[in-house]
Design a binder for this molecule. Structure first.
Ligand code: PBG
Ligand code: ZN
Length: 322
């Protein structure tokens, strides 16, 4: 059937378009990343990420209450410790900043999914994601420290462990230590496909985690590669990942689509700090309509196949959606 019998515009009226929308976005699919630091009464804006803050545990609790009130599904916690060392021991300290936040949130704000990022780069003095020796990031030596970090977080009340380090074998190492300590029901959301991306720039300011020398190319993926993403996903599923993530999101929609078509496991996408800050900046310059492009960026990531969306826009989006 062709024109004039067929007229796609008939279904685009404001009355009907919502009924035929193929992709939907709801607040419970959103996860809001938050940065927690020591102290009391802290709410300090991150200059490269306007509208995002360093929170102390007390102010974080109030913020997460508000986030939950918007119907947002979960929060992802990142630690901004005041002390760092060579091995990143703050990451697996039971009194570490993320562990304190988890305990407080579990007690004060039940009913929202608490996800904890597992990596060492926020806690190491050199800013690398693992143990460094002779200028190299050691893979196997790092696994034990990541697993201890995950165990400590699970013990403090984390509902979901999210390793972002990209060491080979870390999902398996974390799974077996969690299982050995009775946390066999704590799921792992693996950053399975994480590219070495310039879009992490603002986050490294936020987390104070820029590497002191070198970069992350020895463990994060080359943006040129797509087939390799499937190998990473296969490995993480074999090692026991419950949810897999692609990161960043916007520049990698083809990877999301490929993963969605090939795997039945739930799929998350991380719209990272640089994707957020670039849109916010263009909005502030008056070059883009921010609410509109924000929602368009999010529906695009859903349309590409993501079930779960990590985004610094979670609150603004949830407000628009409700
Ligand atoms: C830690 C980590 C990073 C992000 C999440 N976990 C930074 C990095 O790999 O340098 C980036 C998140 C963002 O940019 O919003 N490994
Ligand atoms: Zn890291």
């Amino acid at each position: 059937m062709s024109f004039p019998a067929t007229r796609p515009r008939r279904l685009r009226s404001s009355l009907i378009r919502g009924m035929v929308a193929e992709t939907r976005l709801s607040p419970e699919q959103l996860v809001y990343p938050l940065f927690v630091c020591p102290g009391e009464g802290v709410k300090k804006e991150i200059s490269a990420m306007p509208g995002n803050y360093h929170w102390s545990v007390d102010t974080l609790v109030e913020e997460v209450r508000a986030v939950k009130g918007l119907g947002i599904g979960g929060v992802m916690l990142f630690g901004v410790p005041d002390k760092k060392d060579d091995h990143g021991s703050g990451a697996w300290d039971d009194e570490g900043i993320v562990q304190q936040a988890l305990r407080a949130l579990k007690r004060e704000v039940p009913g929202i999914v608490l996800i904890s990022d597992v990596c060492l780069c926020e806690y190491t003095s050199h800013g690398h994601c693992g143990v460094v020796s002779g200028g190299e990031i050691l893979n196997d030596e790092t696994l034990e420290l990541l697993a201890r970090t995950a165990l400590s977080q699970a013990g403090a009340g984390s509902d979901m462990i999210a390793p972002s380090d990209m060491m080979d074998g870390r999902v398996g190492a974390i799974r077996s230590l969690l299982d050995a300590h009775g946390f066999q029901n704590t799921p792992i959301l693996s950053y399975a496909v994480k590219y070495a991306s310039g879009y992490y720039g603002p986050f490294r300011e936020a987390a104070g985690s820029a590497p002191a020398f070198g970069d992350r190319r020895s463990h994060q993926m080359d943006p040129a590669n797509a087939r390799e993403a499937l190998r990473e996903i296969d490995l993480d599923i074999e090692e026991g990942a419950d949810i897999i993530m692609v990161k960043p999101a916007g520049p990698y929609l083809d990877i999301l689509r490929m993963a969605r078509d090939r795997y039945s496991i739930p799929l998350a996408a991380y719209q990272v700090s640089g994707e957020y800050s670039a849109l916010v900046a263009a909005g502030r310059m008056g070059w883009l309509d921010l609410p509109r492009t924000m929602m368009e960026s999010l529906i695009g990531i859903r349309r590409a196949g993501a079930d779960i969306l990590l985004t610094y826009f979670a609150k603004e989006a949830a407000e628009i959606l409700s």
